[in-house]
Design a protein. Structure first.
Length: 269
């Protein structure tokens, strides 16, 4: 498949982006970015760009705004979506690289965004393919009344991540990143095996230099099968992330075990 990445240029392309938002998050999603804001964002240093196939059909997009944080120019990447049939083709990464290229010309050194810590696909993209750093775990970051079909049923907890684009830390070998994380954390204790909540304290058996936090391989499938099970997963991951990040640990890797398919974040101090 031949794919072209470019900024939106026509009214039809802005409207196609809105249509893709609706397909991704549901027709009644209240946080939709309209064509006017996509266009205005571009005018002030933001990015509203799409991935187009050989038939000029929009199959993915990225949207973000540029602003100032602590006196420094930064970019907030607000949305990224790829059509289901076009996933696993590296389009998400290509859109992020294009975004990086555009904002670097403005002098931006760091791009921030959020992602759902429970989504293994996104963890792999962000930590292994892009090399972001997790800065914070925020419970209920977004209003659950947004009515997104994709998010309905769970609290909208998020990782805030930072992509330091001036440091050349982009990881070129995805497999190596996953393999290195697996090798580094394979013997570390699992805080929440199969989504079980643990009793955590500074004096508990869970305070070691390296630990693992498990997430499901496919949280959407879990949610469709049992919302209650998905809620248990979220509670265990929330508890573990808040505890370890609050005690000076950092998220140092992510991998899917090739032997059993289980997925883990590695945290270390």
């Amino acid at each position: 498949m031949q794919i072209a990445i470019r900024q939106f240029r026509t009214h039809a392309e802005y409207k196609a982006c809105v249509a893709l938002q609706q397909e991704t998050w549901g027709a009644v999603f209240t946080e939709m970015v309209p064509p006017s804001i996509l266009l205005v964002g571009q005018k002030i240093g933001g990015v509203a760009a799409g991935a187009f196939d050989e038939h000029d059909r929009l199959i993915g997009f990225v949207f973000g705004l540029t602003g100032v944080k602590n006196g420094r120019l930064v970019h907030w990447s607000d949305m990224l979506a790829v059509r289901p049939e076009a996933r696993d083709l590296g389009i998400g990464k290509r859109l992020k690289l294009y975004q990086r290229e555009l904002v670097q010309t403005l002098g931006v050194e760091t791009i921030y965004w959020t992602y759902d810590p429970l989504v293994a696909r996104n963890a792999h993209l962000n930590l292994n393919r892009l090399g972001v750093e997790v800065e914070e775990y925020v419970p209920d970051m977004y209003d659950s009344d947004s009515q997104s079909d994709l998010h309905r049923g769970l609290a909208l907890d998020r990782f805030i991540v930072a992509w330091h684009i001036s440091s050349n830390k982009l990881r070129k070998e995805t497999e190596d990143s996953s393999a290195k994380a697996r090798e580094r954390f394979k013997d570390a204790g699992i805080i929440n095996p199969h989504g079980q909540c643990a009793t955590l304290s500074e004096n508990s058996a869970f305070v070691h230099a390296r630990m693992r936090i498990e997430i499901p391989p496919d949280i959407q499938a879990v949610k469709e099968s049992s919302l209650e099970t998905a809620m248990h997963w979220q509670a265990s991951v929330r508890q573990a992330c808040l505890f370890y990040l609050d005690h000076g640990y950092r998220v140092a890797g992510f991998y899917r075990d090739p032997e059993n398919g289980r997925c883990f974040y590695g945290v270390e101090k």
